[in-house]
Design a protein around this ligand. Structure first.
Ligand SMILES: [Zn+2]
Length: 163
């Protein structure tokens, strides 16, 4: 039986505070029952598990082609497309629409700070890396949270010929 408390194998009395023994690196030792004084072998089972958590924002490379061309210091975050951006450019309904693109990571992180200041609780828990993984902010959101239009916005390559 494996548990945090055991029963004395002689009298059945519960034996507690088992971590109080001087285990050192030992996995078993001789203990004596607090009730009947019988000695018994006490065995300790130790299990270890590991977890990794990021220290700061995680680098998310939005554009694989860009990563190949630019190397790791060209860290960028995606920017979601907004509005009916697939409509013709002379279509009035297209006003204010933005193609999907990307911005420099620092600008995404800066916008995230503005975003985090406005929200509390669960909304704020979406850190910059997670927002990037979910597609990033929209162009309008970036403008709102930065206080101005993004400076490093670049259209996604697949739309470049349509701009
Ligand atoms: Zn006992």
């Amino acid at each position: 039986m494996t548990a945090e408390s055991v029963q004395c194998p002689v009298c059945g009395e519960a034996q507690r505070d088992l971590w109080d023994y001087d285990w050192g690196t030992r996995e078993e030792l001789t203990a004596s029952c607090g009730s009947c004084n019988a000695q018994y072998t006490l065995i300790r089972h130790v299990s270890v598990s590991y977890e990794a958590r990021p220290i700061g924002p995680v680098a998310v490379v939005a554009d694989v082609d860009q990563a190949r061309a630019g190397g790791s210091d060209q860290r960028r975050a995606p920017v979601q497309g907004e509005g009916p951006y697939t409509l013709d450019h002379d279509d009035p309904r297209r006003a204010g629409a933005h193609y999907p693109g990307s911005v420099a990571w620092w600008e995404h992180a800066k916008a995230w700070e503005g975003y985090a200041q406005r929200f509390s609780g669960s909304a704020r828990d979406q850190d910059a890396a997670r927002i990037a993984q979910r597609g990033g902010f929209g162009y309008g959101e970036l403008t709102e949270y930065l206080g101005h239009e993004p400076e490093t916005w670049v259209i996604n390559p697949q739309f470049a010929d349509r701009q």
